[in-house]
Design a protein around this ligand. Structure first.
Ligand code: FCB
Length: 491
């Protein structure tokens, strides 16, 4: 195991010395409630849309569900002790709305709140800073039965729930995130249908996106009315780094349209109080946007104290007609979007995600750290002065447990090293990146992929629930300890 650090230099001026991160850089790992907790029907928790979805045949690989997941609900003490062993300074987790307010509105379930209160106490005991995400996709099923994110009242109920959580935990939790990746909730949930609730209706997906924006705005106001002044409120976006396949006007316009509906449909109203003109006009054939009511944009325009950015892989986009799509899917492997699948980018009928060259992770996602730097530079350019937190970054690989019980995940270490260098490059160029949460602490339920994809730095045997830190966990511990990247990645 090595802790050698690339020799530092102050030449970067205001930025961090080479190899090192800023002195107060936050080092953490992230998880989400439905992916790890299990205990789906315990202590008053009611079903969420992901319980319904995962129990619907054909929706999740192998018919996997989060009923048991990695049993974190019962093992949280051991898991927090493990975080401390690995030297984590911060932990980003999500709160299950259907544990706290099982029907989505109305009665609060004290046992549900108590679970998170105990997790927070345990973290603080070890000096680990909690960051709580309020919505990581597990909408109470009772609210879905009332229209889910198609019903604007869901945004109001979210604000009520945010206030309840802030009252209970705000004395100890100083970092909250309203929503995780609303793009996935809206467009994978209501357009392509690969996530809960599994709908495939493009106009609905745009209404869902607006109501999610409204939930961020109303939720942030509710949090700020309860939390102490030093608390920070974030929103977490999976900003897309979009490259056009060629310089042809059609491809360039397809990339612009994807940027509109992947990024600016959220950044615009949240940061600037308006939907960009092209977001509105691109979707004019799908919706008249009548769901945007007077006062909504002012309510949504709650600038976060810190912008959470999740990044995994870049997108390559071309403008293709149906015939071209059909031939392309037959030719290429690692296709990110089948030709006959409904669009994940409503507004452009022609934008299509092309397969990209490797290297790939086990998800088939191209590994390209340079675009992470580019993405962060763009955020810094477009939104000067806005602090950024990397709220997710990491990789799935087919980890093998050796006879000695170790997992030599050198591929994950290389991915993390490259992407942390990319973050550092952005910091050195002046982007205000405050911290990094690695996805993920534990192998877990990877949504539609079930338990078939492992993102953890800690291996979990899904039968015995045994935890085993992979080599990447020890590597990350050394990075945190040194506040910098090692010269040599061998562990
Ligand atoms: C993100 C999700 C997270 C996890 C990673 C791999 O989109 O926020 O829960 O599934 O992808």
């Amino acid at each position: 195991m090595t802790t050698d650090i690339v020799p530092g230099t102050d030449e970067a001026g205001a930025g961090a010395a080479r190899g090192r991160f800023p002195a107060d850089f936050v080092w953490g790992a992230a998880t989400a409630a439905y992916q790890i907790e299990g205990a789906a029907a315990e202590d008053g928790r009611a079903p969420s849309i992901w319980d319904t979805f995962s129990h619907t045949p054909g929706k999740v690989q192998n018919g996997d569900t989060g009923d048991v997941a990695v049993d974190h609900y019962h093992r949280y003490r051991d898991d927090v002790a493990l975080m401390a062993d690995l030297g984590l300074r911060a932990y980003r987790f999500s709160i299950a709305w259907p544990r706290v307010i099982p029907m989505g509105s109305g009665a609060v379930n004290p046992a549900g709140l108590d679970f998170y209160s105990r997790v927070v106490d345990e973290l603080l005991e070890y000096g680990i800073e909690p960051m709580a995400t309020l919505y990581h996709w597990d909408l109470p099923q009772a609210l879905q039965d009332n229209g889910g994110w198609l019903n604007r009242e869901t945004a109001e109920r979210f604000a009520d729930y945010a206030a309840v959580v802030a009252e209970a935990l705000g004395d100890r939790v100083r970092m909250f995130s309203t929503l995780n990746e609303p793009w996935c909730s809206a467009f994978l949930g209501y357009a392509s249908g690969v996530h809960a609730p599994g709908l495939t209706d493009l106009p609905s997906s745009l209404a869902a996106a607006h109501h999610l924006n409204l939930a961020h705005g109303l939720g942030t106001s509710a949090l700020r009315s309860v939390l102490p002044a030093d608390a920070r409120v974030a929103v977490t976006l999976n900003l897309a780094y979009v490259r056009s396949a060629s310089e042809s006007p059609a491809d360039v316009d397809a990339a612009r349209a994807v940027d509109a509906v992947a990024n600016r449909i959220f950044l615009g109203p949240i940061l600037d109080g308006r939907y960009p003109d092209d977001v509105i006009s691109d979707a004019a054939h799908l919706t008249d946007w009548a769901f945007v009511r007077d006062g909504d944009l002012a309510a949504i325009n709650q600038v976060p104290d810190v912008l959470g950015v999740n990044y995994y892989s870049p997108s390559l986009v071309a403008a293709l007609g149906p015939a071209e799509r059909a031939t392309l899917t037959k030719r290429w492997v690692n296709d990110p979007q089948g030709s006959d699948e409904p669009s994940i980018w409503p507004g452009s009928d022609r934008a299509y995600a092309l397969p990209q060259d490797g290297p790939y992770t086990a998800m088939g996602w191209r590994i390209e750290p340079e675009s992470f730097t580019e993405l962060l530079l763009r955020v810094g350019r477009d939104h000067p002065g806005l602090p950024v937190m990397i709220t997710e970054n990491g990789a799935a690989f087919p980890d093998l447990v050796r006879e000695d019980g170790r997992i030599h995940d050198q591929d994950r270490i290389a991915y993390l090293h490259g992407h942390l260098e990319a973050v550092q490059a952005a910091i050195n160029a002046g982007v205000d990146v405050r911290g990094y949460f690695l996805w993920s602490l534990l192998d877990n339920f990877e949504w539609a992929w079930g338990y078939s994809k492992r993102f953890g730095i800690v291996h979990v045997d899904f039968d015995s629930q045994q935890r085993r830190p992979k080599d990447s966990a020890y590597w990350y511990r050394d990075v945190i300890r040194a506040n910098g990247l090692p010269a040599d990645d061998s562990t």
